[in-house]
Design a protein around this ligand. Structure first.
Ligand code: DX5
Ligand code: ZN
Length: 224
């Protein structure tokens, strides 16, 4: 659970999906100074989700802007075809979806073989028990609290029970994955995420829209 530079509190991962890409370096530096623990990068392929964002070329540009960990969330139908390119671009963790059209176990193994962290995500309508065969080979579980594809959606509370079950299984089986929540995280929903046991909170529209990003991060962590 300690592979990211975590604070004593819940870690906060700004989602660059909500950043102004015309001034990406400034956005990244500002979030770092405000106390970001790591960054969350949303890769969308226009097939697994309707939206299209960016690929390894932009990840390598982001890599040159920060030393913080880059958790790269691959919303892709065929993530297996791209893991090497994203690893070479400088991603520290690659999170694939269990709903992807690939051999999930083999793709996770390939990510591990590249020397980076292995993440697995699930959509709101996917049963968390489907993750069980993979849990012992994961560094990160990314629980989607919105339908993937767009920022700025409302938090779906069904994600909280998934987090609780992942916490229980981690303890029962002496596993070590971090649990991250992605989608609709803000001041209203963060307390429930923390209480459920999330280790990392991803936040896009809320954090980038906050007048004081440092204060906003502290409130997400529950320390302000
Ligand atoms: C949604 C992405 C999220 C998104 C979260 O598909 O995976 O990372 O950026 O955005 P907010 O925090 O605005 O819900
Ligand atoms: Zn994401």
């Amino acid at each position: 659970m300690n592979w990211w530079p975590r604070h004593a509190e819940t870690a906060v991962a700004p989602s660059l999906l909500s950043a102004d890409f015309a001034q990406l370096q400034l956005e990244i530096e500002g979030m770092s100074e405000a106390g970001a623990d790591l960054f969350h990068l949303d890769v969308m392929d226009g097939h697994f989700v309707p939206n299209v964002t960016f690929g390894p070329f932009i990840v390598s540009a982001i890599r040159r802007c920060t030393d913080l960990l880059l958790d790269t969330h691959l919303m892709m139908t065929h993530p297996d075809r791209y893991v090497k390119a994203f690893a070479e671009a400088g991603a520290d963790a690659l999170t694939i979806h269990i709903e992807a059209d690939c051999d999930v176990g083999a793709t996770l193994a390939a990510i591990g073989d590249l020397g980076i962290r292995r993440g697995l995500s699930l959509n709101p309508d996917t049963d968390v028990a489907d993750l069980q065969p993979y849990l012992s080979n994961l560094d990160l579980v990314l629980v989607m609290s919105v339908q993937p594809g767009f920022g700025g959606q409302s938090f779906q509370t069904g994600a909280l029970d998934k987090v609780r079950r992942l916490v229980d299984w981690r303890g029962e089986q002496a596993l070590s994955y971090a649990i991250s929540m992605d989608g609709g995280v803000n001041n209203e929903t963060a307390p429930a995420c923390r209480e459920a046991g999330a280790d990392i909170l991803v936040s896009g529209s809320h954090l980038f829209g906050a007048p004081d990003r440092g204060e906003a991060m502290a409130r997400l962590r529950g320390t302000a």
